[in-house]
Design a protein around this ligand. Structure first.
Ligand code: ZN
Length: 494
């Protein structure tokens, strides 16, 4: 009986919500802004030029062609002379491009830092022939501009330069200091770029109200049942670690085979880990993310389920586990990526090693995962070693702050067709090098990402839609103005 009653309440509630029409949550308070008119062809020309400079990062620093990085810096000076004139420009550690837009009417607010990077990942020589247009051509086919770095992250960086340029030409001066930091080695960890710029700023005692980095895009096709694009704002990022498991076990001739060898012991451990993944749960930030999606255009059944998790939690979590990407919201994910063992078909292996890549959910840390692995394997013969560079998840930045609300408000002004939702950023960014100088770090780029775009970033046929590029510039212009203004956006949006 109780269940019948509950079902009735749920259905009634869902019906009421479904009658409330589109746009009832996030968009209602935001007035659409008039689109600024840009010099479109100049934006496209400069963007194409930026893509033609192969600023490729390699982990093996001997392979880096530093002349290309000098060329990129020279390119910004040649094509954005007003920006270089009006803003203080410092090269930190030779290649870290740091701009300060000094306010001549600064109030007491802390400055804001926008970051990006101008290095790109290498093009895989085995599939270079698969590119529709050569990766460093910056080819403009009328609809898209093609090239490595278009989405990651020259699109973001160039839209910032374009935004500053536009505002300077319109005699804008911010009411607080704005900083822009463009790293040269984000793709290989940011040690020489962002890390050095972060140290430099810290030495000067500068703290920022917030930092905005590359990050989550506007997802155009999140789910077939949710036609509304979603602008995800990354408020944290997952940790990352490569865990090497190894076994040393007596070898010998395989004719003397025992029940166990180094390989079987290790395989057994990997099997245990695969069968017992780190438990995940829909709670905290992940729940907030889903709740933000449970509005207007979401299908009835999803809204009902998400809004009544006490009843439907199991179903929702199961569905999420089956969706790549969504599983990462629930918990730490693991992928065995390497396995070595044995030297000869008739020799018992004396040693076997494997590597598992853990992407750590913000509720856990490196030690938690190590402890979990140790307990799950429950075999003292297996040794565990971390690869250098393991990192914990980023702290979660507030979704209630004026900073978050300013970003959200700007998104809704420039992209009236989208929903916004805070989320965990699945990868890592340069922003971790600025954690000491700001409590609020957000990750967002207004790139409209369709399902097939995921493979373009770091893959073949990276490109950007030209209209989207203009939107990105408009976003940056509006964001700078909003950040400069003294409006409290946490009051505006509720
Ligand atoms: Zn990037």
């Amino acid at each position: 009986m109780i269940y019948r009653k509950l079902t009735f309440i749920v259905v009634l509630w869902a019906f009421l919500i479904s009658c409330s029409g589109p746009g009832h949550i996030a968009k209602h308070d935001v007035e659409q802004i008039e689109q600024v008119s840009l010099d479109d062809s100049l934006v496209f020309e400069r963007f194409s030029k930026a893509l033609q400079i192969p600023t490729i990062s390699y982990s093996n620093t001997a392979r880096i062609d530093s002349t290309q990085f000098h060329s990129f810096i020279a390119f910004t000076k040649e094509y954005f002379p007003e920006v270089h004139d009006a803003l203080d420009f410092t090269l930190v550690n030779d290649f870290g491009m740091l701009f300060r837009w000094k306010s001549n009417q600064a109030d007491e607010r802390k400055p804001v830092l926008f970051i990006g990077h101008y290095d790109v990942v290498p093009v895989d020589s085995s599939n270079i022939g698969m590119w529709t247009h050569p990766p460093f051509s910056g080819h403009d086919d009328g609809e898209f501009i093609w090239g490595r770095g278009a989405m990651d992250d020259k699109g973001g960086l160039m839209s910032m330069l374009e935004g500053i340029d536009y505002l300077l030409k319109n005699n804008f001066n911010p009411q607080r200091d704005l900083w822009f930091a463009f790293g040269q080695d984000e793709e290989v960890g940011g040690i020489n770029g962002a890390a050095k710029m972060g140290e430099y700023l810290k030495e000067q005692g500068i703290e920022f109200e917030f930092v905005l980095d590359e990050g989550m895009p506007i997802v155009m096709e999140l789910h077939e049942e949710l036609p509304t694009p979603v602008a995800f704002i990354g408020v944290t990022e997952r940790g990352n670690m490569y865990l090497e498991l190894s076994v040393d076990f007596e070898g010998g001739h395989s004719s003397l085979a025992a029940n166990e060898t180094a390989i079987s012991i290790l395989a057994n451990a990997i099997t245990k880990l695969s069968e017992n993944p780190v438990p995940g749960r829909l709670e905290g930030l992940s729940l907030v993310t889903l709740e933000a999606l449970a509005v207007d255009s979401a299908p009835l059944i999803q809204r009902v389920a998400l809004s009544n998790l006490w009843l439907f939690r199991g179903m929702v979590e199961r569905r999420m586990r089956d969706m790549p990407g969504a599983d990462a919201l629930l918990g730490t994910t693991a992928a065995p990526t390497m396995f070595f063992g044995g030297v000869n078909p008739n020799v018992l292996p004396s040693r076997a090693t494997a590597v598992i890549n853990y992407r750590i959910h913000p509720r856990e840390n490196i030690d938690d995962i190590l402890e979990y692995v140790r307990k799950t394997i429950d075999d003292p013969r297996i040794e565990m070693d971390l690869y250098p560079g393991a990192r914990n998840p980023a702290p979660i930045s507030s979704t209630e702050s004026n900073a978050y609300r300013t970003i959200e408000h700007t998104i809704l002004e420039v992209f009236p067709d989208v929903l916004t939702a805070p989320s965990i950023f699945l990868a890592g960014t340069d922003s971790r090098h600025y954690r000491d100088i700001s409590d609020n770090i957000y990750r967002f780029r207004p790139i409209r990402a369709y399902a097939d775009d995921a493979s373009r970033v770091h893959g073949v046929d990276e490109r950007i839609n030209k209209n989207n590029l203009l939107e990105m510039v408009r976003f940056q212009i509006q964001l700078i103005q909003n950040v400069s203004s003294t409006t409290d956006f946490s009051e505006v949006l509720n």
